[in-house]
Design a protein around this ligand. Structure first.
Ligand SMILES: Nc1ncnc2c1ncn2[C@@H]1O[C@H](COP(=O)(O)OP(=O)(O)O)[C@@H](O)[C@H]1O
Ligand SMILES: [Mg+2]
Length: 228
């Protein structure tokens, strides 16, 4: 696979919620994110950004239209196939980090790696330590996840998302809970991931300044993409 190939593609993806009344939340969304691209998604609260991210991440399979990941049609695949593909090809970072608080930082990061089984534990630990060093928190590796600060947890979540070398890192409001200093650190890490590792990044954000520093801004309004 080379730069420019599509990593993620949607074809006319629509989504309805039926509670309390039926409402169409995504309206025939066509989107392509290419290899090495660093893109942001912006738009008013409630316009469908998180709903779209859940579909792109393959976690929500209840939609109309088609989803392609790394050239493969993933719409309609079994739960097991999807979870394997997701673990191998997609890294996620959500606003709330979902670390396991009674596990060490290191064990949290390597967990998806053990599950995939592409690398052995010593190699996973080495890779995890490399990410922690890049992020300036290697001294926290053996501490429990509930003993570190919010900004550090977010960086641990990023390291965890990177452990299986995903093609694309998807982040929903990754800096939403962070102060400006920690936001800047996270942003710097994203730039490095895109530039040095040629991975794709898709970041939902409220932060116009963060969006302005990505390569491409995707604007959503009322369930549609209105600007690419
Ligand atoms: N589980 C759900 N059931 C019903 N409506 C939902 C559900 N999740 C989200 N919505 C509605 O879908 C719309 C889009 O939500 P969301 O994707 O979270 O927006 P954003 O992330 O852009 O703020 C909103 O109107 C929201 O109220
Ligand atoms: Mg949201």
């Amino acid at each position: 696979m080379s730069n420019g190939d599509p990593v993620i593609e949607t074809r006319k993806v629509s989504k309805y919620f039926h509670d309390p009344v039926t409402a169409q939340v995504l309206k025939e969304v066509d989107l392509v994110v290419k290899r090495g691209e660093y893109a942001s998604i912006v738009g008013k609260s409630g316009c469908g950004k998180s709903t779209l991210m859940y579909i792109l991440s393959t976690m929500d399979t209840d939609y109309e239209g088609e989803l392609y990941l790394d050239g493969e049609r993933v719409t309609g695949l079994s739960h097991d196939r999807l979870s394997r593909i997701r673990n191998e090809k997609i890294g996620f970072v959500f606003q709330f980090h979902y670390l396991i608080s009674e596990f060490s930082v290191l064990d949290n990061i390597i967990l998806p790696g053990l599950k995939l089984g592409r690398f052995e534990r010593p190699e996973l630990e080495e890779r995890a330590m490399g990410h922690l060093r890049t992020m300036g928190i290697e001294h926290q590796a053996r501490n429990m996840a509930n003993q570190i600060s919010g900004g550090e947890k977010q960086r641990v979540a990023i390291a965890r998302a990177l452990i299986n070398d995903p093609l694309i890192l998807m982040c929903d409001e990754p800096t939403g809970n962070l102060d400006s200093r920690n936001s800047a650190i996270v942003e710097e890490i994203f730039k490095r991931i895109a530039a040095e590792h040629h991975r794709s990044l898709l970041v939902v954000t409220h932060d116009d300044e963060l969006a302005a520093r990505t390569d491409r801004i995707i604007t959503m309004d009322d369930g549609r993409i209105v600007a690419l």
